[in-house]
Design a protein around this ligand. Structure first.
Ligand SMILES: Cc1ncc(COP(=O)(O)O)c(C=O)c1O
Length: 399
């Protein structure tokens, strides 16, 4: 078969299984109200949890960064691309999010995907065993594969199963890897137990706080701060394109771990540093997150989360028990999930249908992502539309 024929057959298969993904084109800034594919929409799709993506102070910081440092970095961090803006941001992040370890240092990456590949490939290798939660993000799964470590997947959040696996392992280097807030379920990993297991077994614990940084813990310092955890064995990855509203990611850990990454992490070394203007804007975002405005936004988000939990329980579908800004509603079949997402879209609401391979087969879902930019009136619209969709589904089911 010709290569193109193979791809066309593969795409037909994707269609037949209701798995075709489609990009929406957005003409307005990321906010609660957006113009998407030419239509006015209330967005519940972004990870802009604090509503900072179009905040005037961040837009101004981006412009100021560009004025001061230009548009591009010009090189990789080790070969001429590491600007004062990157260095300042790393200091800011170490101070803000590094409180879980003595001598913290932070390293800035252009994306969270790269940060996860970097950490796992630099800390794990042949002879390492990597223990990975079954629902970890794709970037952790890919990083684990690329590391060539032996990979053992433990059932989601099951610390007893993990403990048994660690007991049975005679690997010299062990690395436990987990999301903090699971991106498609919104639940929080049993972090205190994971830290305890890591210390008992002399293992590293790598946590990906993509959906916790900025939202959880005092001043939004993240899931580790929320649980008041400290351990030299901890390595934190935080992303900066979600609650922080800009882009990029960081790794925070003991300074020795970070220096090892600078020397050895290929996804850090062999890529052009992101624009210094972006780093400058992220520094402004960290200040916003940590200040009174961050507190007010987190408090508003919390009330929206409470309301959404109640409204999802009124539908005929299965809400996941999530106390975070990620509020999933599991529908099951791909086609049914797509149909409900389409009905919501006709009502002017953008709630994405999440399907395999992002979630396990048979657990397709609507992923309602809340933001401090949403108003109570926005939630009223969502509530009414979900009630209609749920009543329709029940009528269909009764036929
Ligand atoms: C849990 C988790 N980790 C890492 C990433 C990747 O971060 P980035 O989008 O900055 O590449 C994402 C989402 O994008 C995520 O949900």
């Amino acid at each position: 078969m010709q290569l193109l024929d193979m791809l066309e057959e593969g795409l037909r298969d994707i269609d037949a299984r209701g798995l075709r993904r489609r990009r929406r084109t957005i003409d307005t800034p990321c906010d609660a109200h957006m113009r998407v594919d030419g239509r006015d929409t209330i967005g519940f799709a972004s990870n802009d949890y604090l509503g900072l993506a179009s905040h005037p102070r961040l837009v101004a910081a981006l412009a100021e960064g560009a004025q001061r440092y230009g548009a591009g970095s010009g090189g990789s961090h080790l070969l001429g691309g590491h600007s004062r803006a990157h260095a300042q941001l790393e200091d800011d992040l170490a101070e803000f999010a590094g409180g879980f370890v003595d001598a913290p240092r932070a390293l800035y990456f252009s994306t969270g995907y790269m940060a996860n590949l970097a950490v796992l490939t630099a800390l794990a290798g042949r002879g390492t065993t990597l223990f990975s939660d079954a629902l970890n993000h794709a970037s952790l799964i890919d990083g684990a594969r690329l590391s060539r470590a032996d990979i053992q997947v433990y059932p989601h959040a099951d610390v007893d199963a993990l403990s048994a696996m660690l007991d049975a392992s005679d690997s010299a280097v062990k690395l436990i890897v987990s999301d903090t807030v699971f991106s498609m379920d919104g639940d929080v990993a049993p972090l205190a137990r994971l830290v305890e297991l890591a210390e008992r077994h002399g293992a590293w614990l790598v946590v990906d706080d993509a959906h916790g940084f900025g939202v959880l813990g005092p001043e939004g310092r993240g899931a580790l701060a929320q649980a008041a955890l400290r351990s030299p064995n901890l390595v934190l990855v935080g992303t900066l394109g979600k609650a922080a509203g800009v882009s990029g990611a960081f790794v925070a850990a003991h300074a020795t771990v970070v220096e090892w990454l600078v020397q050895r992490a290929r996804p850090y070394i062999f890529t052009t540093a992101s624009s210094p203007a972006v780093a400058h804007a992220v520094s402004a975002s960290v200040k916003l997150i940590a200040g009174d405005e961050g507190d007010a936004r987190r408090a508003h988000l919390q009330t929206l989360i409470g309301r959404t939990r109640t409204m999802l329980k009124e539908t005929c579908w299965l809400p996941v028990d999530s106390h975070t800004a990620v509020q999933p509603l599991v529908i099951g079949a791909n086609d049914a999930t797509l149909a409900i997402a389409a009905a919501l879209e006709r009502d002017g609401l953008w709630v994405p249908a999440i399907r395999p391979p992002t979630v396990p087969e048979g657990t397709s879902r609507l992923r309602i992502s809340l933001s401090a930019a949403h108003s109570h009136a926005d939630l009223d619209r969502l509530h009414a539309a979900l009630q209609r969709a749920s009543a329709d589904a029940q009528r269909e089911g009764a036929r």
